[in-house]
Design a protein around this ligand. Structure first.
Ligand code: DQA
Length: 150
């Protein structure tokens, strides 16, 4: 099978996701961020995708990384953590980046507190995957691969 020619996928994690492994396992499982990123890199390779991983607790750093994305990536998987629910600045930066984007959440944000049901990315993304744990990233990569080959 031929891989996509545009195959660079940025996988971005936002605030507090560096604390995976220490957060409530009922919602977030037991994997650390580096274990999760290793798994994501393996899945990406299986789909002939070139992964670029990034995490920050700094909203400005996150936004500046998004600003550089058009030069460095062809698609985006993003889990902004709690920023998802209120950072309109991150929405604007994802819109400016203009890449096919999938939003992923480890936990089932629609079945938790009311405030977690809001996503600033609504209407900008190809899809949103939530509540499937690490597997959600595999799904997102598979879906973006299909977008990139089309
Ligand atoms: C999260 C869900 C958010 O509501 C929360 O603030 C997070 C993680 C998730 O992956 O389930 O930090 O994005």
């Amino acid at each position: 099978m031929n891989g996509p020619t545009r195959n660079r996928v940025a996988v971005m994690h936002g605030v507090n996701l560096d604390m995976l492994g220490k957060r409530d396992p009922e919602h977030y499982g037991t994997m650390t961020l580096s274990e999760l990123e290793n798994q994501i890199r393996k899945w990406a390779k299986e789909f002939d995708l070139e992964p670029i991983t990034y995490q920050s607790n700094s909203e400005s750093g996150f936004i500046e990384f998004l600003h550089r994305l058009p030069d460095t990536a062809d698609a985006l998987v993003v889990n902004p953590g709690a920023w998802t629910h209120y950072s309109w600045a991150i929405r604007d930066a994802v819109e400016i980046a203009g890449l096919p984007t999938i939003e992923v959440h480890l936990s089932d944000v629609d079945e938790r507190e009311q405030w977690r049901r809001v996503s600033v990315l609504e209407g900008l993304t190809v899809a949103r995957v939530a509540g499937k744990g690490p597997e959600g990233y595999r799904e997102a990569l598979e879906e973006l691969r299909a977008v990139l080959v089309s």
